[in-house]
Write a protein that binds this ligand. Structure first.
Ligand code: ADP
Length: 489
């Protein structure tokens, strides 16, 4: 249970979708707090400084205007003056003597009390002639100067100084700061609402973005799963960002190649089975005839057994060619390479094949450029040369002509075999190197062909990093070209 839960949690928070959402949220929250705190502190400081400057100016003016009355200890005059001044400045005004005792108060509540605040202490101690402080009455009730239902107040003090005799008293002015604080609260709330809206939009956007990214990935995963089950026909939509499109295209390309590979594999198996089955069926009929026809004469029996023997040879060649192909298909096959004279090899094989051609009333001409060396597997080169010349002799009518050529062309060596036989129809040219592909099946069989010769040659040329192709004027002959990299001196 715990493990299942853990896996689910890992899946959820390990997914791209949730990572995107989390990153978005984290970025939003940090930037919000940075912006909100900077804005609030900047605006708050600005407004409080503004207030302090105004209050300092007012309280100093008040101090000057009450100095004479204070010095004369004209309490009723003082009360009148502070009443007027407090009204004008919308606050509470107190006059304190040099020890901090209240001698006049617009609220008429604190007379006789001693006020001990940092803003009065600095003046009494002679450190400054002005003091300013901000108080929250909820957490720091200053009973003596508490002003009704207010939450925030400022306390502003100014010294009453007599020339040459120093501080004589203090003017203490306090007023509500709630307007400033309310403004800041409104600002804070507005930012919070803005944040919540932005957070919601960002969440929505991050979900959309995550879906845009993860949907094609999920599609690909689904495609790979289906391919894993053996369905190579699966393709995915090539949609999304550049990288995803590229990934999808690569996947489609791969599945197309696998599908083709699978098709040619099953085609190959069905062709191979067919090739093996035909001689086996023929053999079965022949053997059964020999077995069950007791009255068969000796000559016919011999003829039948000769046919069986021929079919066994066919089977042998098909199996031999199949084995060669399977070996060549193995990409790790190592070529037994050495440096040798291709000119000598072509001359040698062509010379021998000329005798064979002449026996079948065909002419073979050899045009070999001298001293062409090649770094290759000589046994495989032997096979290539032999097979192409053999095909040319096989598929040319009596009196036909075969030309074997070897020459240099740029950076490659070209070996070609040209004949004036039937040639190859255009539609077959692209398939001529396919396994078991034959233009004329009956003729190929009659000449002992398996339909694998050219595909073996093709594989061998490819293994040498070469190229093979055919040019043909149908009805007038064909020329097979093999291009091989020249040996470096
Ligand atoms: P096969 O064993 O049938 O000769 P190959 O793979 O060597 O098999 O050749 C495939 C087919 O290509 C042949 O069956 C034949 O139809 C055609 N072919 C090969 N060489 C020639 C040629 N020189 N001229 C015309 N057709 C050719």
């Amino acid at each position: 249970m715990a493990i299942i839960l853990q896996t689910r949690v890992n899946k959820l928070f390990g997914s791209i979708r949730w990572n995107i959402v989390l990153v978005f949220l984290l970025l939003l929250i940090t930037s919000f707090f940075a912006i909100a705190s900077t804005t609030i502190s900047l605006v708050g400081n600005y407004q409080l400084n503004q207030r302090m400057r105004n209050d300092k100016y007012s309280v100093e003016k008040m101090a000057v205007s009450v100095t004479q009355l204070f010095l004369n200890r004209d309490i009723s005059g003082l009360n009148h003056a502070i009443e007027r001044l407090a009204g004008e400045n919308d606050g509470r005004l107190m006059i304190l003597d040099a020890s901090g005792k209240v001698i006049a108060d617009t609220y008429a509540r604190a007379e006789g009390m001693r006020i001990s605040l940092a803003e009065t202490a600095t003046i009494i101690n002679g450190e400054q002639t002005f003091g300013y402080g901000v108080y929250n009455l909820d957490s720091n009730p200053i009973n003596a100067i508490q002003n009704g239902a207010m939450k925030w107040i400022n306390v502003c003090t100014s010294a009453i100084i007599l020339e040459g005799r120093g501080v004589q008293g203090i003017v203490l002015f306090s007023a509500s700061l709630d307007d400033v604080m309310n403004n800041l609260n409104v600002l804070q709330n507005n930012i919070l609402v803005f944040f919540l809206l932005t957070a919601m939009i960002s969440l929505l956007l991050s979900f959309i973005l995550a879906a845009v990214i993860t949907t094609p990935i999920n599609r690909l995963t689904q495609g790979i799963k289906e391919m894993g089950k053996g369905d190579f026909s699966v393709r995915v939509e090539e949609k999304g960002s550049y990288e995803i499109k590229k990934l999808s295209a690569t996947f489609n390309n791969m599945s197309e190649k696998l599908e083709n590979l699978e098709k040619s594999r099953s085609q190959f198996i069905s062709n191979a089975s067919h090739e093996l089955k035909t001689p086996l069926s023929t053999m079965k009929i022949l053997v059964e005839s020999v077995l069950y026809e007791e009255s068969m004469d000796a000559d016919l029996r011999k003829e039948f057994l000769t046919d069986v023997n021929r079919e066994i040879d066919r089977l042998n060649s098909v199996v031999k060619d199949l084995l060669t192909l399977v070996t060549l298909d193995n990409k790790q096959i190592s070529l037994n390479k050495s440096l040798f004279s291709l000119s000598d090899l072509v001359t040698d094989i062509s010379g021998r094949m000329r005798l064979y051609a002449e026996k079948h009333h065909k002419k073979l001409f050899i045009h070999v450029e001298e001293d062409i060396d090649i770094y290759a597997d000589s046994a495989k080169m032997h096979h290539i040369i032999n097979n192409l010349i053999d095909n040319a002799i096989k598929y040319t009518e009596a009196d036909g002509e075969i030309n074997v050529n070897l020459y240099r062309k740029g950076k490659v060596v070209v070996f070609s075999v040209k004949d004036n036989g039937p040639g190859i129809p255009k539609k077959d040219i692209n398939h001529i190197f396919d396994r078991f592909y034959r233009i004329d099946k009956a003729r190929s069989r009659d000449t002992g062909g398996t339909g694998l010769g050219l595909s073996i040659v093709h594989q061998m040329v490819m293994l040498h990093g070469g190229n093979i192709y055919v040019e043909s004027d149908y009805g007038h002959g064909a020329e097979f070209f093999v291009e091989l990299p020249m040996a470096k001196n």
